[in-house]
Design a protein around this ligand. Structure first.
Ligand code: FAD
Length: 397
């Protein structure tokens, strides 16, 4: 990740021709192999991403992938973002989580629905990586049923007084701002009573809970965010209007579904590549295990499913870039790609045999890491519900 890569990323993406896209993806892949893959065990053991790698990620422009160029980002299209995330998925997901949560969901509310001055104030700092943005929707009593959230924001002159707890918030310990969804209308218990705010971390009344101990994704940190009589300027309502916060959150998550699906494709590709190499090298009964047809079936099924998921992601991303409705395609991508990734992880552990269960080989770490993909930003069941609901809606009944 040296100067040359930075230039390629910053100039190459904008030029946006096929040659540059390929060059960038190749460059990014090389750097993943050179820098990130060797650091995976360090992240696993220390639960931290080394500072020099964070600095290089900032320098590469990763924190500003989706932020428009006028605000200092790279302004990638959805398709371009998906391609970069597929590459970044080929290493520990914690690396992606650090910048991807900001570009994927943390900053999107401001980008999609924010006022011009809100964009000018926050997006350049997010694009450079100076600050991170967390997306604060989930609560102890409101997960899948996010519209029932209980955090309140009560108007008091030029401020709103916020009270409540947000749960499992990615990057909360490092965030400079939160995109917060809170209820401004206590009479309206559903989606229409929710407003989105930008809340700066150093606002008095915010406490970050202790880091959650997770099944996987060491190096990516989540925590509760507790608001106690936290006074947020009324000017920080995203878009300047009450009652639109849930819509903003859903728009953000619809885009996030394609992003996470791309991540799942990348992770599955990495695991399958490792499994193929292992299967070619590992000998039993005097032959590489790759020659056994039962092992070949696991390799082939994984390859076919990855190809299907990848095609879906590219198709949905292109449709979104064309301004078309992806309210069915985006959850289809998240559902299929993340479930596919889980199946690939399981087969890959099987191909590694006992070694698949032993930490030194790294596969058990991926097996745990990718389990999250089927849970966050809407579980698989919620994706199914969204797909079916939109199918019925589109059928006009
Ligand atoms: C590591 C991690 C990082 C996260 N990061 C963030 C973040 O940055 N910001 C944020 O706001 N949230 C974040 N979350 C929260 C995450 O989005 C929620 O955990 C997820 O949406 C599920 O909500 P829940 O945990 O409350 O599960 P629940 O909603 O309680 O669901 C439990 C089970 O019931 C099923 N279920 C629920 N309702 C239905 C239904 N109607 N029909 C069928 N099945 C149903 C679910 O699919 C699931 O299987 C994160 C979570 C984790 C674990």
């Amino acid at each position: 990740m040296q100067q040359e890569a930075t230039c390629t990323l910053r100039r190459g993406w904008r030029a946006c021709d096929h040659h540059n896209r390929r060059t960038l993806r190749k460059g990014a892949r090389d750097r993943i192999d050179d820098r990130l893959v060797p650091a995976e065990h360090v992240v696993q053991e220390t639960d931290e991403i080394p500072e020099d790698i964070v600095a290089e990620m900032k320098e590469l422009g990763l924190f500003g992938l989706t932020i428009p160029e006028e605000y200092g980002g790279l302004g990638l299209t959805m398709e371009e973002e998906a391609l970069v995330i597929m590459v970044m998925g080929q290493t520990s997901p914690a690396f992606r989580s650090l910048f991807g949560t900001t570009v994927g969901i943390g900053s999107q509310g401001i980008l999609l629905d924010g006022l011009d001055w809100q964009k000018s104030k926050y997006l350049p700092k997010l694009a450079s990586g100076e600050i991170l943005a967390s997306f604060a929707l989930t609560e102890p009593e409101a997960g899948s049923d996010a519209a029932s959230l209980r955090t309140t924001a009560t108007r008091d002159g030029d401020f709103y007084v916020v009270n409540g707890t947000k749960r499992f918030i990615t990057n909360a310990p490092h965030a400079g701002i939160f995109t917060l969804m809170a209820r401004t209308n206590p009479e309206n218990k559903g989606a229409g009573g929710v407003t989105a705010f930008i809340v700066e971390r150093d606002t008095p009344g915010i406490t970050i809970g202790k880091r959650d101990k997770k099944m996987g994704q060491k190096g990516a940190h989540t925590a509760d965010v507790i608001f106690e009589n936290c006074r947020v300027p009324a000017s920080e309502v995203i878009g300047g209007k009450e009652g639109r916060g849930f819509k903003t959150a859903m728009k953000v998550l619809e885009k996030g579904r394609i992003h996470i699906a791309a991540l799942a494709v990348g992770a599955a590709e990495r695991m399958l590549r490792d499994a193929l190499n292992y299967a070619i090298e590992r000998k039993q009964f005097g032959r590489p295990i790759a020659e056994f047809q039962l092992v070949q079936a696991m390799l082939a099924d994984s390859q076919a499913e990855i190809y299907a998921a990848k095609s879906m992601v590219i198709d949905a991303a292109r449709k979104r870039d064309d301004g078309r409705d992806v309210s069915i395609e985006a959850p289809c991508c998240k559902l299929f790609a993340t479930e596919m990734c889980g199946r690939v992880a399981d087969r890959v552990v099987q191909i590694f045999g006992g070694a698949g269960y032993i930490a030194d080989y790294g596969i058990e770490r991926f097996y745990r890491d990718v389990r999250l993909f089927r849970l966050y930003e809407g579980t698989s069941q919620i994706q199914q519900l969204v797909i079916a609901r939109n199918m019925i809606k589109q059928a006009g009944r």
